[in-house]
Design a protein around this ligand. Structure first.
Ligand code: SAH
Ligand code: SF4
Length: 342
């Protein structure tokens, strides 16, 4: 008996290689992958354009994985949080966010997170493990299967659990499948990766794939950022912004800088002015995220007036600046609140 390999762990190129070793012609790879990703097939028997022999042979050597959905919760604002159980008993969450006429899916790249940002619940228990490419892609497949109109899922953001650039190889492979022609066929313009700032990996990412970049900046001086985000001690603000400057952007595209506003920590007009100055050399837009509280959190969300004043400083300096009212707060699906309760 052979150990079966998961089709979703292959890129098209590597599947061609695998098929070649079994004397199967390369064009079968595209056929198989289109069944899996375009039509959502979970068995080889439904792949009617493969020969009968092949339909008999493939299931002996290959499997088609899926994630087990343990729970789906719907928030008052319509966002939906999916809880998935992985094969080894770990759990991850994805959040489906409603926007006018479409959905955005926020996916996880790790179970837990090892970077330990002080304001983030996901990081509280550390990293359990990296996700495999198939476990990343299967979040998209499972949610798409659950939608009445799968084509209404138009955008993917790597803003769920984990630091995507700390699981670089798997995340890049997942992006290739998510954006591949014989994969999930999302345009790279509709996929955004958010990072806490692993500067050298930002450079790699710009070379390896074409996706949008979001950077969680959250502070404008190294002392404050060192405190909030320990990764800053390795890659301080200057190094991070220099990697951002070199990141290849398509015409008219910008890097999104996320800034969690925390009362009394990083929310003064002076902070806003420093932020504006720091981002001046970049093509940048800004998402302000008022801190989302959770049980046991040591921080507070600033008053509404403070948020507005911070935003105004940036708008006056001609930055596109939105205040992201995190969705799904009532089901703990908002930014930085993902931590499965099992
Ligand atoms: N690890 C990556 C991807 C996760 S994105 C990253 O940090 O970018 C999660 C986003 O939520 C980040 O922008 C982070 O700064 C923000 N965040 C974390 N905890 C939060 C909280 N309690 N309230 C509001 N935003 C939070
Ligand atoms: Fe990890 Fe991002 Fe949370 Fe920091 S903000 S602990 S990098 S998930």
């Amino acid at each position: 008996m052979f150990v079966r390999q998961d089709v979703k762990s292959f890129t098209e190129e590597s599947l061609v290689g695998w098929l070649g070793q079994h004397d199967i012609s390369p064009y079968r790879a595209g056929q198989i992958l289109r069944w899996v990703y375009h039509r959502g097939a979970y068995s080889f028997s439904e792949m009617t354009d493969l020969s009968k022999d092949l339909r008999g042979f493939l299931p002996e050597r290959l499997s088609i994985s899926r994630l087990e959905t343990r729970q789906v919760q719907t928030a008052k604002d319509g966002s939906r949080k999916y809880l998935f159980r992985l094969n080894d008993g770990q759990h991850v969450e994805s959040v489906l966010i409603p926007e006018p006429g479409r959905w955005t899916l926020c996916i996880s790249s790790q179970a837990g997170c090892g970077l330990g940002c002080k304001f983030c619940l996901t990081g509280r228990n550390g990293l359990a493990r990296n996700l495999e490419p198939s476990e990343i892609i299967n979040q998209v497949c499972a949610v798409r299967d659950d939608l009445l109109d799968p084509s209404s899922l138009t955008n993917i953001v790597f803003m769920g659990m984990g630091e995507p650039l700390a699981n670089y190889k798997s995340v890049v492979q997942a992006i290739r499948i998510i954006t591949g022609n014989n994969g999930l066929q999302f345009s790279g313009r509709k996929v955004t990766l958010s990072t806490a700032g692993l500067a050298p990996r930002i450079e790699d990412l710009g070379r390896d794939v074409r996706v949008g970049l979001a950077v969680s900046l959250n502070a404008t001086d190294n002392d404050t950022r060192d405190e909030l985000m320990p990764i800053n001690r390795t890659y301080p603000i200057e190094m991070l912004l220099s990697a951002c400057r070199d990141f290849p952007l398509p015409p008219r595209r910008m890097i999104t800088f996320e800034y969690v506003l925390i009362a009394g920590v990083n929310d003064t007009p002076g902070d806003a002015e420093r932020l504006a100055r720091l981002l001046r050399p970049l093509r940048a837009k800004i998402n302000l995220i008022p801190f989302n509280p959770y049980e046991g959190a040591e921080f507070k969300r600033p008053e509404e007036g403070v948020v507005r004043a911070f935003q105004k400083v940036l708008l006056d300096r001609h930055y596109t600046t939105i205040v992201r009212r995190s969705k799904g707060g009532d089901i703990c699906a908002a930014c930085g609140q993902l931590l499965p309760k099992i």
